[in-house]
Design a protein around this ligand. Structure first.
Ligand SMILES: Nc1ncnc2c1ncn2[C@@H]1O[C@H](COP(=O)(O)OP(=O)(O)OP(=O)(O)O)[C@@H](O)[C@H]1O
Ligand SMILES: Nc1nc2c(ncn2[C@@H]2O[C@H](COP(=O)(O)O)[C@@H](O)[C@H]2O)c(=O)[nH]1
Length: 186
């Protein structure tokens, strides 16, 4: 088994965190926790879902990459990856597509990039409302350039990322099982 970082990317609501949780529950996969200045959603826990930061504390950390997404800062660290590898052979991180490109370029073959899609992007708003997203923040997010950008696989990831459709969760699980069987056999 060759250890790899699983980079899960795609537009908001396509199911990145759901996929990460499924992999962590069923495979030797651990979740890499990233940093953000976004306020926590109901049920989110500091240190488990994110390290929730103020603008000042966010600026004090050192990041492998950081981005602004829908008006908030997000960042991930080399230490986070190193910690992940201590706990499992497949640390998994959820990133926007800009971060995923940085990871693909920085880690090379050590990163497996999974780009999630849904066939009807009109369904994303419904999924996010069902998740309990604040209505004002959701409107702001769906109006952001980052949302539009992440609906399509970036050129830099074409031929590099595995595109995985997540219209139907049962089918997605089977595709993830196939992927993990392949990775654990390598
Ligand atoms: N195949 C699916 N069918 C229907 N709902 C789904 C499916 N996969 C995930 N969901 C639901 O969609 C919502 C958004 O999923 P999730 O939080 O995993 O998305 P995400 O890509 O991580 O979003 P974000 O980038 O905004 O954090 C959740 O309520 C989740 O349960
Ligand atoms: N490039 C990075 N993207 C990140 C990081 N942590 C999360 N994300 C992505 O941001 C958006 C919004 O996340 P949300 O939790 O507010 O819905 C989403 O695409 C995440 O994948 C990071 O450290 N770097």
């Amino acid at each position: 088994m060759t250890p790899k970082v699983l980079v899960i990317t795609g537009a908001t609501g396509t199911g990145k965190t759901t996929v990460q949780r499924y992999l962590a529950q069923n495979y030797p996969v651990t979740r890499i926790v990233t940093h953000t200045t976004r306020p926590p959603r109901a049920g989110e826990v500091n240190g488990r879902d994110y390290y929730f930061e103020t603008d000042e504390s966010f600026a004090r950390n050192h990041y492998l990459e950081s981005v602004v997404y829908a008006g908030y800062h997000y960042g991930s660290s080399r230490e986070g990856i190193a910690e992940g590898f201590k706990r499992a052979p497949f640390p998994a991180i959820v990133l926007d597509t800009k971060g995923a490109i940085t990871y693909a370029q920085t880690l090379g073959d050590q990163a497996v990039v999974i780009f999630l899609t849904v066939s009807d992007t009109g369904q994303l708003q419904g999924r996010l409302s069902a998740r309990g997203d604040n209505a004002t923040m959701l409107k702001q997010r769906l109006a952001s350039p980052e949302y539009r950008r992440d609906l399509t696989m970036p050129l830099a990831l074409r031929g590099r990322a595995i595109e995985l459709n997540n219209d139907h969760w049962q089918q997605t699980q089977l595709k993830l099982d196939d992927l993990m069987a392949r990775l654990t056999a390598e």
